[in-house]
Write a protein of this length. Structure first.
Length: 213
């Protein structure tokens, strides 16, 4: 059975969806560890409740970002993880880390990438007068939120929406699409070849599996 590590910084609702999907058998894999860069991340409680070991790496305990990433990488190798899932891990990983695990790191980002990488995506979408927003699951490379897109989900933005309204809609979609993509990976249907995402041996279009065309 494949082994997954999940990296978090906060609430861990995506982590919970993955825990549930592994438990139900929807994802035929085991989450062997949860890693957090915040000691008070609520996701750590979720790991505990599911009897999943967890480990906290605090930036202030390392000389540099790279030193911290090297320790995390060492730990991930020690638990022999096949897949690294970033689920609200709010710290940029070094190029050395992303290259070391190329093709084995997934991220979810709350925007329809390549629109709105980085922070405050809901505010940015509102300010721009967008009528839709969404979420993207992608392979991680050395560009922040820039790796090949695997799957996106769109949600509408209605007049008078506030950030919380949009966030709620996006979150609902995230909890659906992330377990699905992790399942594809675990079942060896998904891979990164020459910097492109492939599903069932087909190169995915730029916007991932689901497009409007
Ligand atoms: C998710 O909405 C995820 O898309 C976002 O953080 C949230 C984590 O929520 N990730 C990023 O912004 C990464 N750039 P969770 O802790 O409840 O899963």
């Amino acid at each position: 059975m494949k082994k997954i590590v999940v990296l978090i910084s906060g609430q861990g609702t995506n982590l919970q969806a993955l825990i549930d999907a592994c438990k139900s058998g929807m994802i035929p894999a085991q989450i062997v560890s949860v890693i957090s860069n915040k000691a008070d991340a609520f996701g750590l409680q979720r790991a505990k409740s599911a009897a999943i070991p967890s480990k906290v790496f605090l930036r202030q305990e390392f000389k540099s970002n790279l030193a911290m990433d090297r320790q995390i990488a060492h730990y991930i190798e020690s638990v022999q993880a096949d897949l690294i899932v970033l689920a609200g891990y709010m710290k940029i990983l070094s190029a050395e880390f992303t290259q070391r695990f190329a093709g084995r790191i997934l991220n979810i980002h709350p925007s329809l990438l390549p629109k709105y990488p980085g922070l405050h995506t809901y505010q940015q979408a509102l300010d721009a007068g967008e009528q839709e927003h969404g979420t993207t699951v992608h392979f991680v490379n050395e560009e922040v939120d820039g790796g090949p897109i695997i799957l996106q989900a769109k949600v509408p933005i209605f007049d008078n929406d506030c950030i919380a309204d949009i966030e709620e809609r996006v979150k609902e979609q995230e909890l659906r699409i992330y377990p699905l993509v992790v399942k594809w990976f675990v079942e060896d249907r998904l891979s990164l070849i020459d910097g492109k995402a492939f599903l069932d041996s087909q190169c995915l279009p730029k916007q991932g599996y689901a497009t409007e065309e």
